[in-house]
Write a protein that binds this ligand. Sequence first.
Ligand code: GTP
Length: 480
Amino acid sequence: MNQAVNNTTRMAAEILEHGVKQYLALQQNKGLLRFLTCGSVDDGKSTLIGRLLHDSAQIYEDQLASLKSDSAKMGTTGEAIDLALLVDGLQAEREQGITIDVAYRYFSSEKRKFIIADTPGHEQYTRNMATGASTCDLAVILVDARYGVQTQTKRHAFIASLLGLRHFVVAVNKMDLVGFDEKIFNQIQADFADFVKDFGDLDIHYVPLSALNGDNVVNRSSQSDWYTGGTLLELLETIDTQRELSELPVRFPVQYVLRPNLDFRGFSGTLSSGVLKVGDEVVALPSNKRSKVERIVTFDGDLAEAVAGQAVTITLEDEIDISRGDLLAKPESAPSLANHIVADLVWMDEKPLQIGQLYDVKVAGKKTQAVVSEIEYITDVNTLERSAATSLSLNTIARVKLDLTETVVLDAYSLVRDTGGMILIDRLSNATVAAVMVVDGYQGQKQVSNEFSPFELEFNALVRKHYPHWNARDISLLGK
Ligand SMILES: Nc1nc2c(ncn2[C@@H]2O[C@H](COP(=O)(O)OP(=O)(O)OP(=O)(O)O)[C@@H](O)[C@H]2O)c(=O)[nH]1
C-alpha cells in the first residue's frame, strides 16, 4: 500500500469533513501521550517503532523509497523492508561518539498524539533512561519472546517505576519465532508480574506481537486468537494517564507573574495536578495567604476550570504577594513544608557525589541549595540488592538524606511528580548532576548555609582575574 497517499487521503478526508479550522482544532485537542520505549539490545525496539510509524501511515513516500533501497543494501530482513533502519540513524551517531541522551519522535493516530522517548538500552545509560522517563506517562518494555524476562527488563522496570511511571505495556516481541505460543506469553506475563509485585500500584498491560511482521502492533494478528486484549496502538490510544492527574490535589507552581498594566496581575504556569475552578479557595505557599480564584485566563479566552496539564494564567480576588516559584494549592490538601528530605536519587555526573558539598536545587520552578548529608544505601539495579556507600558514581541509584538551605513546598514524588521531583545542579559547572525523587520531608532546625567559604571566594576571584577566557562565573553573585 502506498503509505504517503494513505496518509494524505486521511488528512484530506478529515479536512473535507470538518473544514480546515476545525481540523486544526481537532489536531490541537487530541490528547497527548508521552511514552518511553526500553528493552535489551536486539529485542526489536527500532523495528517496533518503525512498524508503529509505518502502519499508522506516518512515513512519506520519499522515506519509503530510500528505506527500500537501504534495506536491500544493509538491512537484516532479506527482501522485506527493514523498519529498524528508520530509527537507527541514532545508533550510527552513537557509534561515532556523539552524545545523544534521548531521541524524541513524534507521531499521531486518529485518536492521540504521541511523543516517544527512545532511550539507549545499555547498562551504562541509566542516566538517559531517567531523563526520558521523567517526562513520560507510560513505558513500553520490550521482551524477546525467546528469552523471556531478562536482567535488563528488570532494570528498566525498576528505574521506570522509581521515576514514577505507573502505566506499563510489556510488549512480548518476536512471537513469530515461538509460533505465537500462548504458554510462552503467559509465562513471561507471570514472571514480569512477580518481579514488580512490590513496586506499588501499577497498571500493566501485556501484548504478544511481531514487530517484524506487524502482528498486534497496529493491526490485529490472525495468529493469536487466544489473545483478547488490544493491539499495541489501541492500548497506547486508550490508556488514560490524564485522569489520574486530575484526581490528585491541586498543585499550581507559579512560573511567572504577569503584570502588563496596573489593572491586571496574573500568575502563569501549568497546573501540575488536580482541577482548579473559578471561585475555588486557594492558599499561596510558602506565605500561607488565602484568596479565591477570580479568573482563569488563556490565550483563547477565559475558562471556568483548568485541568492538570493546562497552561493558564490565574487571577485572584485579593492582592496577595506571590512570586515566581511559589505554589497555589487548596487549603484542605496543601503540601507540606520541608527543609530535610529523604529521597531516591539517580547520580548523573562523571564526577562522584560528595557528601556535604553544596549543590543548587530546582524544584517546581524554585531554586535553592542543598547538601546530601547521608547515603542510606545504594541499590544494585540488576538485583535490587542494597548496600552501603560513602560516595556515588555515575548512574548509581541511592536512597539519601538531603538538607536544604531554606524551607520549600514539597510532595512525595509518588504523589505529584512536579512538586516531588528535583534536580541537583553543580554550582560551578552548572551541569545537572542528579535527579531526585522525594520520599518524605520534614521541617527541622536549619543547619546548612549557602555561603561559599572565604577560600572558595578568593580562589574564584583569582581564577576570573587571571584566566578570563575560562569564563568562570562570579560565585559571589550566585543565589543573589
Ligand atoms: N523474527 C523477528 N525478528 C525481529 C522482530 N523484531 C525485530 N526483529 C529482528 O531483530 C533484530 C534486532 O532488531 P532491532 O529493531 O534492530 O532491535 P533493537 O532492540 O532496536 O536493537 P538495538 O537498536 O541494537 O538496541 C533485527 O534483525 C530485526 O529484524 C520480530 O518481531 N520477529
